[in-house]
Ligand binder design. Structure first.
Ligand SMILES: [Zn+2]
Ligand SMILES: [Zn+2]
Length: 265
């Protein structure tokens, strides 16, 4: 199957954010650096798969990071109702990716066992490691597990014909990227395996890291999985909105590749 892929932006954070929040050991650490927040929509025939759920307004208030758009509204603008989403690939359990699991109560979740173990185990005793997680989101994943609605993929797995997940270490313990067969070739939704183009293409570590070596090896894995380097789509880069064609308000079509050259390639 060939899939159509869209990035839907639900938030942006610019004020007070600098390159030191995006890159370790950077020469221009004080330069402002904005971050975008996306969910990704995969469609083929009558199948719809959502990659990550974003987070809701309440989580935004709790973290002082307001969203611009409820993730459900982002989907409804693309003609997708909550009930249409039967499968959610959860790339990892950080608040900005799993903070909307409760918004899709009927969906089956696709997760790596290593992520569930990490988010519910002794590492979460440390403030520094726990910070990107919110207990209620992790509990929602556990509740879904007990409802028989979690599918675990160990390492590599297939969600549908042409949609695969691959575990990449470094940023969290059980992060998975999503590899999708498209008109342009194998497209890789990196999620937080590379937040920005610069992380993967310049080999720069993101500061939220549990294993630096694994993160760097992950950059090689992304390159190996994508049919071309410009088919690696970073999880949080505002450049995505500039490089890919806009197909609606806050929606960019990814599956035909970028319409401009990716800087730094
Ligand atoms: Zn993350
Ligand atoms: Zn993230």
């Amino acid at each position: 199957m060939i899939w159509q892929v869209e990035a839907l932006r639900y938030g942006t954070r610019a004020g007070g954010r600098t390159r030191s929040d995006s890159f370790l050991f950077d020469d221009h650490a004080d330069t402002p650096h904005a971050i975008d927040y996306f969910v990704w929509l995969l469609r083929s025939g009558d199948r719809t798969i959502l990659v990550d759920t974003g987070y809701d307004a309440e989580e935004g208030r709790a973290r002082g990071r307001p969203i611009d758009l409820d993730p459900r509204e982002a989907l409804s603008r693309r003609g997708v109702a909550v009930e249409d989403v039967e499968d959610v690939i959860v790339t990892h359990l950080h608040y900005d990716h799993a903070g909307g699991l409760h918004l899709f109560p009927g969906a089956r979740l696709h997760l790596q066992p290593a992520e569930m173990a990490y988010a519910t185990g002794p590492c979460m005793c440390h403030d520094a490691l726990r910070h990107p997680f919110t207990g209620a989101h992790v509990c929602e994943a556990v509740t879904r597990l007990y409802a028989g609605k979690v599918v675990f993929h160990e390492g590599a797995g297939q969600i549908a014909d042409g949609v695969e997940v691959h575990r990449i270490g470094g940023h969290s313990k059980g992060l998975q990227c999503v590899r999708v067969r498209t008109e342009a070739g194998w497209l890789v939704l990196a999620s937080d395996a590379t937040h920005f183009y610069e992380n993967v293409h310049a080999g720069k570590l993101f500061p939220i890291v549990v294993d630096a070596e694994a993160m760097l090896r992950g950059f090689d894995t992304l390159r190996a999985l994508a049919s071309a380097p410009d088919l690696i789509v970073p999880g949080h880069d505002p450049l995505v909105r500039d490089l890919f064609p806009e197909v609606g308000p806050e929606a960019w079509r990814l599956d035909r590749g970028p319409s401009k050259p990716v800087p730094g390639l």
